[in-house]
Design a protein around this ligand. Sequence first.
Ligand code: PLP
Length: 446
Amino acid sequence: MWNENEPELFAEMAGRLSAAFADLPSSAAASLGADEIGVLRETAMRLGDNYPYFHPLYAGQMLKPPHPVARLAYALAMLINPNNHALDGGRASSEMEREAVAELAAMFGWSTHLGHLTGGGTMANLEALWVGGALKPDGLVLASEQAHYTHERLSGVLKLAFDSVPADAAGRMRMDALEDRLRRGGVGTVVATLGTTGFGAVDPLADIVELRDRYGFRLHVDAAYGGYFVLVGNLEAETRRHFDAVVEADSIVVDPHKHGLQPYGCGSVLFRDPSVGALYKHDSPYTYFTSDALHLGEITLECSRAGASAVALWATQRLMPLQAGGKFAGSLERCREAALALHDRLDGHARFVPLVRPELDIVTWAFLGVGEEEAGSAGRRLFEEAAARGLHLALVQVTGPMLKSCWPEGEVIPEGPVTCLRSVLMKPEHLDWMDRIWALLEELAG
Ligand SMILES: *Cc1c(COP(=O)(O)O)cnc(C)c1O
């Protein structure tokens, strides 16, 4: 859950930080007393009521423990509690945000950009769609039916019309359907998802870029979950081709609090053309936004933002630079390896039906059940029995072409949606624990 020397390291760093303010007249408060300690004890007890997200046997939802360095850097920043709305509120942390965000942009191959951290992927997507709508007023927003559900809702907030594009059996946006819709005109922004939240499917971005050249829409890439996979060396060639096209996007969203080892409250939005900054403030000249004196508060929709998020991200990237072949990239490669290992084992089992082959690190599968048991309810039973044995999975309702394409011959395809199992293998340790995870699953399958 935590490293043994974390408290001691925190005490040391807090001492170093307070030394920077040593010439102020002392205002140190006394030690915390019985009341405070009592409340903290109660808090620790209450927090025990959680799934063990930090443990490799938690292999369910998209939850990844922050890196200890991120956690400590965040806690250290809390002694200052900077606000990255403006330089006044967070001098050092604003600078650290600019550096960390430039590294995110460089990860996608951009040497210039405009961007910043946000509270999360939803706020970041809101901002990207808002810019898209401002540049193409009355333009429709298009996203795949497998895109994050918030795109439709955010379009509603922005009063932009929204339409969804059907996905294929692998969960990717269908290019024929996209082009049909584009021919009818009126499209302002196309959202391509690099790594859908449900299945980790990668929309055919390289092909969407070609369509943009023909139809002239704005191309927004939602890589909230999948973005960091641009660094890894073990993608399928086709997936790699689409990740390589990300440099062509007009805007990108990536969530450091998903795969980037950060505490919650850390998303980011990046724009390829810094001049979109002019949209945020009508009386600002264009040049202001390419100058060095960037005031984050003037290029964000949100006002107050946690400077601590920037500090934690900066420290993490300092430790593990965002480089192909680096330590961080290697840890993502292990996640993907774990996903393939689980998929292949499921594939070899008579009662499990793996759905799409993982493009990133999400594995989904149906459980046919035992005897007369129906596939619809068997999945839920397995999920509950696994949890009782300490293995935490997630559920996903699956229907349509995805189900048909993988259902075994001789087994009746259920009419309605099937409750399937889903496992996001986002911890590199999942690979070391795969034998143990598999042994439990095999046992539960009877
Ligand atoms: C998680 C996710 C979002 C939403 O991000 P939050 O950080 O949860 O607000 C949007 N799009 C995709 C593809 C995601 O995976």
